[in-house]
Design a protein around this ligand. Structure first.
Ligand code: 2HA
Ligand code: ZN
Length: 273
């Protein structure tokens, strides 16, 4: 990954590492075909990596309304993919494909801190509402990922798959690792307008029980301690979806692992359910 020498990252290795993970994941999303044009978005809470010098640089843009109230994020810093920016560009130069923002004291607006005045993702209301919810719940999660994984989105066009936990069990049953590495399964949010508060609210409702949620006919939203872990959860689920579709393309309904075999996985890997 190339980091611009003038970037705020050049003298901050820990911050550069964290944003480097975002760039790496952005490259994977593009390579997988999950990030057409400006599709998808990423936000990471980077407050722990922000020093006093960075916290006191004059803003390059804002304040701008977030479109959601996030009182628990006052003064916190986020790296956000830029709206209308491409994942494939973010992969090679994260500080021009995204920016660092600070949530203002009113909990309703943000300002852009670095490097350039790149306006954050159109899904900022849902992303920041989710980060606010992490704080409220005392969760260690720092990263939110929204992407358009082809096979999972295709499956969301089939109504029977949208019933509670139907896809979760189907995907878990395709290959043992799916349950091991996405132990809570896949929640479902019925279709809502992209970027809307309703979409944010539906997402938070599902995150009570799941780390990855499907936005019907649109994409998935995943959360975890860092962006690489959030990506891995989506990757294992989509791999299971590909196996299911490959079997169907060969003309048969895959047998799937039995419930007993899945229960054994839960026991051996110490999984929640
Ligand atoms: O940022 O994917 O849902 C582009 C999107 C919005
Ligand atoms: Zn999207």
């Amino acid at each position: 990954m190339v980091i611009n020498d003038n970037s705020v990252l050049s003298s901050r290795p820990a911050l550069a590492d964290e944003i480097g993970k975002v760039a790496e994941v952005a490259g994977y999303l593009w390579e997988k075909g999950w990030a057409e044009r400006n599709g998808g978005n990423i936000t990471v809470n980077i407050t722990e990596f922000v020093d006093d010098a960075l916290a006191s640089v004059p803003p390059v843009g804002g304040p701008v309304a977030i479109g959601a109230e996030v009182p628990l994020l006052k003064g916190e810093f986020f790296f956000c993919k830029g709206t209308n920016r491409r994942m494939r560009d973010l992969a090679s130069d994260p500080m021009s494909g995204g920016s660092i923002i600070r949530v203002m004291e009113d909990g309703l607006s943000y300002e852009i801190v670095a490097d350039a005045a790149v306006k954050p993702t159109s899904e900022l209301p849902s992303h920041l509402s989710v980060h606010n919810w992490f704080k409220a719940k005392g969760l260690p999660y720092k990263a939110s990922l929204h992407t358009h994984p082809i096979e999972l989105v295709a499956m969301s066009h089939h109504r029977p798959f949208l019933e509670k936990d139907v896809l979760t069990y189907l995907l878990w049953s395709m290959i043992p690792e799916t349950k091991a590495f996405c132990p809570k399964g896949l929640g479902i949010v019925p279709y809502e307008l992209p970027g809307s508060l309703k979409l944010a609210e539906g997402t938070i409702r599902e995150l009570e029980d799941y780390d990855v949620v499907m936005w019907e006919k649109h994409g998935v939203f995943a959360v975890d301690e860092d962006i690489m872990k959030a990506f891995d959860q989506v990757d294992v689920l989509n791999k299971a979806a590909q196996i299911y579709m490959s079997a169907r393309a060969m003309g048969f309904e895959p047998a799937g692992m039995t419930r007993a075999q899945m229960a054994e996985i839960s026991e051996v890997f110490h999984l929640p359910k």
